[in-house]
Design a protein around this ligand. Structure first.
Ligand code: NAD
Length: 353
């Protein structure tokens, strides 16, 4: 398994492989950039088929955090960690404490938080070993509601472009991963705005709540791509826009919370070619990290968080304007903007050092 030659390696500043025999910890922490501050991004707890899969995730996700954080104009860098879920029985508290020791060994270059499969309670275990952790229950807490609000704003902005109106009543939205943390809050926003919701999740039983509360239509998880709807909102895992799924989409907009939705960069051009508006994932799913940054700043201020969500919508608007005017895919424009801002930050840091 290569690291420096890895296709997802992007001059990451640090990649830490951490193991702990006693607890079964196998974790990878990717510190992509600290040009704008400590690398900050969540910890994913997932059943990986191989350590190569885990490394790929850590490299891609940590780079994505740099892009996300710089596009949201946050005073932090980009990093992310993954923990490979042990195959047999394990002591969850001890495992997350061991992970906390790995985070501590980076001396504050990386600050962790929740991601898929991780709860604020796990972060309490991490906190026993390091102070470089956010998203604790007594502080900013679960970032998902704020992420969902940002995604909702992103969907509404895209619908405005597609229909000329902010009104979501009757707009049909297919939510993949609807039973998850973000998916559930997003469905709440969409329902309140009058949208008609189609939901899919691995956890089908949990969707009964969505049916009862939001009038959602439950769809088989394998058929979610085939729904004739206005918006596809991926809120489960990445790489779901790929050569196998793209021709199945019958939507005007793709906008959701999942990180790394496009399996490869070219998928952005393919969406554009099909007349589908794509809201770059890391631009509209920054609500959670904005909330966490509110905690890191030490003076958690709801008004600051709300203003950042408003700014997020403006940044999305700038990207979509450029995509339309220049006839280029929105993901390419967003990546270019993020890289330019990161290079600028790195140059300022180098000049200051
Ligand atoms: P979650 O684990 O709570 O929810 C994910 C949901 O997706 C689960 O209900 C799971 O059953 C479902 N799922 C998994 N595979 C599926 C499949 N093939 N088809 C249908 N459903 C499937 O995670 P979350 O915190 O809600 O995050 C969702 C996505 O948003 C992730 O990609 C995450 O990285 C991203 N994200 C989350 C936040 C946040 O604040 N939580 C912030 C930014 C980005």
């Amino acid at each position: 398994m290569s690291v420096f030659e890895h296709p997802s390696f992007d001059n990451h500043e640090k990649v830490l492989f951490a193991t702990d025999e006693k607890t079964g910890l196998k974790a990878i922490i990717g510190v992509h950039s600290t040009a704008r501050g400590p690398a900050c991004g969540g910890c994913r707890f997932w059943t990986y088929e191989s350590s190569a899969d885990a490394l790929n995730d850590a490299l891609r996700l940590s780079q994505g955090m740099s892009y996300k954080n710089v596009m949201a104009d946050l005073p932090i860098g980009g990093g992310k960690s993954v923990i490979m879920k042990p195959a047999g029985a394990f002591d969850r508290e001890a495992l997350f404490e061991a992970f906390g020791r790995a985070v501590e060994s980076l001396n504050g270059h990386y600050i962790t938080a929740e991601d898929v499969g991780v709860s604020p309670v796990d972060m309490v275990s991490v906190r026993k070993q390091t102070r470089h952790v956010t998203g604790l229950p007594e502080a900013s807490g679960d970032p998902s509601p704020v992420t969902a609000e940002g995604v909702f704003r992103g969907i509404r902005a895209c619908v405005r472009r597609a229909t000329g109106s902010d009104d979501l009543s009757g707009i049909r939205v297919a939510v993949q991963g609807a039973a998850g943390h973000v998916g559930t809050y997003l469905c709440g926003h969409l329902h309140k705005a009058g949208a008609q919701i189609f939901v899919a999740d691995m956890n089908v039983d949990a969707l009964e709540k969505h049916k009862a509360e939001f009038g959602a239509v439950i769809v088989d998880k394998d058929n979610i791509y085939d729904q004739v709807v206005d918006v596809f909102a991926p809120c489960a895992l990445g790489s779901i826009i790929n050569p196998e799924t793209i021709d199945r989409l019958k939507v005007r907009v793709v906008a959701g919370a999942a990180n790394n939705q496009l399996a490869m960069l070219e998928m952005g051009a393919e969406l554009q070619r099909r007349g589908i508006l794509y809201a770059p994932d890391y631009v509209i799913n920054a609500g959670g990290i904005i909330n966490v940054t509110g905690e890191i700043r030490g003076d958690y201020d709801t008004a600051w968080v709300q203003q950042k969500l408003v700014n997020l919508e403006a940044t999305l608007g700038e990207i979509l304007d450029r995509a339309e005017n220049e006839g280029r895919p929105s993901n390419v424009i967003a990546d270019e903007m993020a890289r330019a801002r990161l290079e600028e930050a790195a140059a300022s840091k180098a000049a200051a050092d």
